[in-house]
Design a protein around this ligand. Structure first.
Ligand SMILES: Nc1ncnc2c1ncn2[C@@H]1O[C@H](COP(=O)(O)OP(=O)(O)OP(=O)(O)O)[C@@H](O)[C@H]1O
Ligand SMILES: [Mg+2]
Length: 211
């Protein structure tokens, strides 16, 4: 292989089936073949940033690629992956899903209509696995690692994520502000770590200052 092809190969993501990752893929594969029922099983993939969650989803996508069905003139998509918007409200979730599916919508559409259209489409294109990839959490964990605190904080914990969503409405600038202020306080009082109640306290102070 020449140098150019080898460099190209280096730049392309390749799958390495290490233990945990392969376990997740095997479990997802098992669920993929489950018969349909009213309430399908869910699975939460939990791990620090960079641990390979998105890679697992991409691997599943690669194993079940889209295909064009000539007879009905539609593209079947057995696996669909939706990047969760920073502020995960229902409207944004369904509009993001419709964008991924390439379906039109209007900002005036009611949530119920958006939901109905998204679910209809998923059925029509034969989707068996729907991945919701949570970028908000990934951002918080990555940003948390940049804070110069001496002790580790649980930035990826559900309680922390919920506190940050609640007090920032998912606005990135507010998230970084809240984390920055909480980190300052943690350094000043020597605790050197942030917990969810710190986020609440910092946010409360901001509200008092703004009043
Ligand atoms: N199984 C794997 N095989 C090969 N490379 C991998 C694997 N898992 C992870 N990597 C490498 O690690 C990088 C980060 O993985 P990935 O983006 O999937 O992490 P993540 O868990 O989704 O992180 P985040 O929470 O920040 O979204 C990938 O771009 C890839 O280069
Ligand atoms: Mg990811």
């Amino acid at each position: 292989m020449d140098a150019k092809s080898r460099i190209k190969l280096m730049q392309t993501a390749r799958w390495v089936g290490f233990n945990r990752a392969q376990l997740a893929v095997d479990e997802l594969e098992r669920r993929y073949h489950y018969p349909s029922c009213a309430r399908m099983l869910c699975m939460l993939l939990y791990g620090d940033s960079g641990m390979g969650k998105t890679m697992i989803l991409e691997k599943m996508g690669g194993q079940h690629p889209s295909s064009y069905e000539e007879r009905r003139g539609i593209t079947l998509r057995p696996v669909v992956s939706v990047q969760m918007p920073p502020s995960p409200d229902e409207r944004r979730f369904y509009t993001r899903m419709l964008e991924v599916l390439g379906a039109p919508y209007s900002i005036r559409d009611q949530i119920g209509a958006l939901e109905g259209r998204a679910l209809d489409l998923l059925k029509k294109i034969g989707t068996k696995l729907l991945f919701i990839d949570d970028a908000f959490r990934a951002f918080i964990v990555a940003y948390g690692k940049l804070l110069p605190l001496r002790k580790a904080s649980c930035f990826g914990e559900p309680a922390m994520i919920q506190a940050l969503i609640k007090h920032s409405s998912g606005v990135t600038g507010r998230v970084t502000w809240l984390l920055g202020r909480a980190a300052e306080r943690a350094i000043e009082d020597g605790r050197e770590q942030i917990i969810e109640t710190d986020i609440e306290r910092v946010s409360e102070r901001l509200r008092i200052a703004a009043a």
